[in-house]
Ligand binder design. Sequence first.
Ligand code: GDP
Ligand code: MG
Length: 189
Amino acid sequence: MAATSVKFIKGVVDAPGLPQPSLPTVAFFGRSNVGKSSVINSLFRNKDLARSSSQPGRTTEVNYYLVDGRSYLADLPGYGYARLSNVMRLKIAKLLSWYAAAEEVDLRFAVLIVDGSIGAQDSDRETFALLREYGKNIIIVANKVDKGRRNDVVGHLRAMKEAFPDCPIIRYSAKTGEGRGELFSTLWN
Ligand SMILES: Nc1nc2c(ncn2[C@@H]2O[C@H](COP(=O)(O)OP(=O)(O)O)[C@@H](O)[C@H]2O)c(=O)[nH]1
Ligand SMILES: [Mg+2]
């Protein structure tokens, strides 16, 4: 696996704000606290990479990173956070809808991170339906499989196969590194 350089570029909220030139893009979706930052950091073995996305004001933007100078990683705002105001919730939902539909984005993969220790939530199924509606190439990452009872995790994974048909589901742990090689080579082979 080649060494990679990853550099934060900007936060994006609309089509005019998209970075130029247009490059192949891998986008990460997931509920708030599902471990999206941890997964991105584990992929690049860089604990500070996704930190900018948790800074105030950055949580309702699509955070763009340049990977090896030839593709983009897009980190979408986490959805489903219970204590968020309705205004913020709506802002995030609108941003996700815009991004899923944006024809200006050369989206190669939409990575949907779900919690493998608790299973898919309604908000995950809604996001999956949104990405399907626009024909995106979806990869499910079942994160936190190190957590919880082993049999429960197996059950959640089985249910995900039905909830998210016809797309790869990768068992993952940002903590132990399980699934890292498989996901990395799928996205940046
Ligand atoms: N056990 C376990 N905990 C994880 C894993 N990934 C993330 N976490 C924890 O889940 C919490 C949320 O992680 P974070 O990456 O900030 O989530 P984000 O809000 O989706 O970006 C943190 O306490 C992480 O340490 C994992 O694979 N296993
Ligand atoms: Mg985060």
